[in-house]
Design a protein around this ligand. Sequence first.
Ligand code: ZN
Length: 244
Amino acid sequence: MRYGIFSDIHSNLEALEAVLDFYKKQKINQFFCIGDIVGYGDNPTECIPIIQELLCPTVAGNHDWAVIEKFSLEYFNSYAKEAIIWTKGVLSSEEKSFLDSLRLVYQDKELTSVHSSLDAPSEFFYIDNLDSALRCFSYLETSLCFVGHSHIPVVFILDRANNLSYFSDNSFEINLDKDKRYIINVGSVGQPRDRDYRAGACIYDTEEKTVSFRRIVYDVASSAKKIIKAGLPSFLAQRLFLGR
Ligand code: ZN
């Protein structure tokens, strides 16, 4: 099986379409969405139905929850807050109930997915150092865990002797070792923050035992222009070009 795994779309329709175009050529059997479909961008009502049509296991992100008042706005900076309030105003009750239906953690025989960390998933903690990665590993029951949230692609690796290592790269391909466990942050489709503006798309091949992470060029100028036209903070448009 080939899984297409992606996260943090953030209402960026151009980036989402470019990623799905890329996946079309990749013979994907099943998609997984790691949350934050909405927030920041101006196309929440376009992105939600696209995700629904993929019929993919989708976990809730902090922005998805904030829009439906399941997560407090006090945790967001002023730009994010403004976009969440804007999004709340444009979503239909059906779209909101879809966000409300999302689970926090997905787990099957192959993998686990969670937007932030398995350590209190509803608190949306970041896995941004070795301690927080270890805390997540301590709850992990599968050998693979896919996460998003930080918008920065990074792979944490734990071996049987409990040695923890990590690397971060704007694109990568890893051969999975059956004696190791992995937490893989699949970066962001709609708002990367590793200083590479291109959209992130991850592929897990269960037969080849590989995980690859690719970057996809998209029409960032058009996304940025629309954010400004929608009356959202111009900072949210500018940062798209910088990938930060
Ligand atoms: Zn996000």
